[in-house]
Design a protein around this ligand. Structure first.
Ligand SMILES: [Zn+2]
Length: 236
């Protein structure tokens, strides 16, 4: 039987590299949980300034455009807390400085569930391998959640310790838990469509692609629309 996650946590935190990543990865789940009273925080680590094939694009302008796109999509999904860490694309490292910021965020927001990218997912068929920033951020988030955020001798100046209950890894080759997103699949499509700098074909195209992906995941889960994750159950 597919493992369908039906419990809505009190607080959730989604930490991703680029401004469009959280919407693509888990926008349906975040919208659904926010609608049901979960306090959702989204953290975007990279500024998105290099996310263009056009040599005439100016990174300093693109990052502002992408921030506005992310703000618009968050408001569509009902997400009220959004933080931008603004590392230039390709320049985030899983180092002490980055982990100390992530640990401070985890200890401050105190989420039950943390979403991030599966850092072990490398090759997706023959046509795509995972962006470095996705892998670096995913690995640093895992390192920040456990053991660092939960133990007092790691980053003692970063606030009182906090034990995250579950981590849900998106962009995974090994999904083992699903969230049914029938009520929010259209909101997810609209949110992804906000990132026009990345998906210039517009909202209708984005909605169609989102629905197809959600149907695929739903097929695995035995429901119409879903998002799939690899779950790590750490406590509680
Ligand atoms: Zn990305």
């Amino acid at each position: 039987m597919p493992d369908l996650l039906t419990t809505v946590p009190e607080r959730a935190l989604a930490v991703y590299a680029h401004p469009d990543d959280p919407d693509v990865a888990c926008g349906g789940t975040l919208a659904q949980w926010a609608m049901l009273g979960c306090e959702v925080t989204v953290v975007i680590c990279n500024d998105g300034g290099k996310g263009s094939k056009d040599p005439d694009d100016v990174p300093a302008q693109l990052r502002l455009r992408r921030r506005k796109e992310a703000e618009a999509s968050a408001s569509l999904l009902g997400i009220r807390h959004q933080e931008f860490l603004d590392y230039p694309d390709g320049e985030v490292e899983n180092d002490l400085e980055f982990r100390s910021r992530l640990v401070a965020i985890v200890r401050q927001r105190r989420p039950d569930v943390v979403f991030t990218a599966d850092p072990t997912a490398m090759f997706f068929g023959q046509g795509y391998y995972n962006h470095r920033d996705h892998r670096v951020v995913g690995e640093a988030v895992l390192d920040a959640v456990a053991p660092a955020a939960a133990l007092p001798h790691y980053f003692p100046a970063a606030g009182p310790v906090h034990q995250v209950t579950d981590v849900l890894l998106s962009g995974t080759l090994e999904p083992d838990v699903w969230v049914e997103i029938g009520a929010t699949v259209d909101a997810k499509g609209a949110a992804v469509g906000c990132h026009r700098s990345q998906f210039p074909d517009g909202e209708e195209w984005a909605s169609a692609v989102v629905r197809i992906a959600a149907e695929d995941a739903g097929h695995q889960a035995g429901v119409t629309f879903a998002e799939g994750f690899k779950r790590l159950h750490l406590g509680g």
